[in-house]
Design a protein around this ligand. Structure first.
Ligand SMILES: [Ca+2]
Ligand SMILES: [Ca+2]
Ligand SMILES: [Ca+2]
Ligand SMILES: [Ca+2]
Ligand SMILES: [Zn+2]
Length: 595
């Protein structure tokens, strides 16, 4: 029988364990290691608990394997409801292996919340904008990337089974972690007819043999065995449906593009996010974080789309050129032209169907951030880390001297059931596309700063009723100016061009007033007004970035009128104006009656 003392000790120990677990994730959050999917959810809940006024944690939907996709909304209710503010959306990790994209989003939330009321610029965007943050889109991919043995590139896709080798079985033969070290590395076999030999400069690497030279090695691909006895190894791994080829804008079938899925929005999480975004038409800025390459990419994602309207290109250029300075070494580029074309891409969906300005942030540039190398940006994402001489020698130096060997597994013998004596070795899963944790703080801070900079440049429209002039008995001339301090227009040029949804509206109404005429002032000095014939009390408008528009209304009546600007992206402004000579401002006489 246990003594009283030992029972108390057990209780105290249990309490201590509970407390230490509860204390594990604290706000402000730490960014010196990577969060698993479960820890990421805990961290979001911790932010929500710490800032209940400013945050709302939503379940956007569920993945194929039933994991929840979480969105954290940051909004100050004292400055208005979310839908009345320019929305800034940021997500990450649509590719399951690209995990630091999730940390950037989580850091953005942490940075905004823990510095609200402390830093003027952060207080400014939290008060003026609403932030929609989905750190992990491919929740299954992130979970499997942490939990399973992987290469740096595996578990990228959604958990939708695809029969890659068309043998009637789905996902029946993926790689195996033969030596149980948590990584899927490379298999190689001694072969005098092989096309590779040991690199004389670093015996861990292999280089192609020169003509006439004897071979030493043949590369056998990723660690694995033939699971289904079809004579092929690793021929049908998990998936592959790519979440970033599955959106419903210019989707192409899988025979045209690998990973498209059977139909657009086949991914349950992808569909849920699309619906969630469509319910938030105030979203004007979109960031989608990926790795790798050190790039901020804008659309279009395929050439046939044609260039965007010049007004939108100017906005992107302004953002892109500034972000290049915020994240030194990263390049602002165009998706189809500077990287490769994609179909059913998320940012094309966001630009063309949400009416936003979208940027894909490709985090981490291994060649420039770990050594003084040349960025490789044009290659296919998965081909980027093939062993290639000088690049790999330099990366191994970084592995040896800066990470003390953490990123690379030395070759070692293994007895394979089909191949016999082989060797296993190569880069570990947490290498290549992911910075080692000591570099994470810099990466998350700079890239979150890019989002904050963009938020500062969302449309910021103010209304100025600068003239109320009596023309004759009960006939008034009202002049209204809409000024936009942000770099982004109140509605994108693409939206206007494609008639995605109605333009912004400026309207005048009053119980005892009727608008007899109204239109845009084209030249205030020459008094050129572009009168709208039908329903002059309602004017469709777009307020350009860092610019203004002016309207004139001729109003018959008396009493008060309401002048209202309504914009999906830039919010709603209403001013009540009495039909009387505008009172003097700043000591000057009113021009209402005299002029
Ligand atoms: Ca198969
Ligand atoms: Ca292994
Ligand atoms: Ca097989
Ligand atoms: Ca098979
Ligand atoms: Zn990606």
């Amino acid at each position: 029988m246990k003594s009283k003392r030992s029972v108390i000790t057990v209780v105290l120990m249990a309490l201590a364990i509970t407390l230490s677990q509860a204390q594990e994730i604290k706000v402000p959050l730490r960014f010196d290691s990577y969060y698993s999917y479960e820890k990421m959810v805990e961290a979001l809940k911790a932010l929500n608990t710490a800032y209940p006024e400013l945050t709302k944690l939503d379940q956007v939907g569920k993945s194929e394997e039933g994991r929840i996709i979480w969105a954290l909304t940051i909004n100050n209710p004292k400055t208005g409801e979310p839908l009345t503010k320019p929305g800034v959306y940021a997500d990450g990790n649509i590719h399951g292996n690209e995990i630091q994209a999730g940390e950037v989003c989580l850091y953005l939330a942490d940075r905004l919340l823990t510095n609200y009321g402390k830093l003027k610029d952060i207080t400014g965007v939290v008060d003026r904008n609403v932030f929609y943050i989905i750190p992990v889109v491919n929740v299954d991919g992130r979970a499997h990337f942490f939990d399973d043995a992987n290469t740096p590139n595996s578990n990228r896709g959604l958990r939708i089974p695809v029969d890659d080798d068309r043998d009637g079985l789905f996902d029946e033969d993926g790689p195996e972690d033969l030596d149980g070290d948590g990584n899927i590395t490379t298999m190689r076999i001694r072969d005098t007819l092989g096309r590779l030999k040991t690199d004389p400069e670093d015996k861990r690497l292999m280089v192609p043999v020169k003509p006439g030279e004897k071979g030493e090695w043949t590369r056998l691909g990723q660690e694995g065995i033939d699971n289904d006895g079809d004579g092929r190894i690793n021929e049908d791994p998990e998936g592959y449906v790519d979440g970033n080829r599955n959106w419903g804008y210019n989707w192409n079938p899988p025979y045209a593009q690998d990973g498209s899925g059977n139909y657009p929005f086949e991914g349950t999480g992808i569909k849920a996010i699309a619906e969630w975004m469509l319910a938030r038409p105030n979203i004007i800025m979109v960031f989608a974080f990926h790795n790798s390459g050190g790039m901020y990419l804008r659309g279009p994602s395929f050439k046939a789309e044609g260039e965007m309207p010049q007004g939108d290109v100017s906005v992107f250029n302004y953002l892109g050129k500034n972000i290049e300075k915020i994240v030194p070494g990263y390049k602002y580029l165009i998706s189809w032209k500077d990287l490769y074309p994609t179909y059913g891409d998320f940012t094309d969906f966001a630009d063309n169907l949400i009416g936003a300005y979208s940027l894909t942030g490709e985090l981490y540039q291994v060649e420039t951030e770990t050594f003084d190398g040349t960025p490789k940006r044009k290659e296919e994402e998965n081909a980027r880390f093939e062993e290639s001489g000088e690049t790999d020698r330099q990366r191994l130096l970084f592995n040896d001297r800066v990470t003390q060997g953490e990123l690379y597994k030395e070759w070692k013998p293994y007895k394979h059931p089909a191949y016999g004596e082989i060797e296993l070795g190569g880069w570990v899963k947490m290498s290549s596309r992911l910075p080692p944790p000591f570099m994470l703080q810099d990466l998350v801070h700079r890239n979150a700063s890019a989002v904050i900079f963009a938020a500062q440049n969302t449309p910021d429209v103010k209304m100025d009723v600068f003239e109320v002039k009596k023309m004759e008995k009960d006939l008034w001339r009202i002049r209204v100016r809409l000024v936009n301090k942000g770099a982004m227009p109140s509605v994108t040029y693409m939206t206007v061009k494609h008639k995605l949804y109605p333009m912004d509206m400026l309207s005048v109404s009053g119980p005892d007033a009727k608008v007899a005429g109204g239109g845009k002032i084209n030249d205030i000095y020459l008094n050129l007004i572009d009168y709208k014939e039908y329903k002059p009390e309602m004017q469709f408008c777009q307020v350009p970035g860092q610019g203004k528009v002016e309207y004139q209304f001729l109003v018959n009546g008396k009493g008060n009128i309401d002048i209202k600007f309504e914009s999906r992206k830039a919010g709603t402004i209403t001013q009540s104006v009495p039909l009387q000579a505008k009172p003097a401002t700043s000591g000057k006489a009113s021009d209402g009656d005299k002029l």
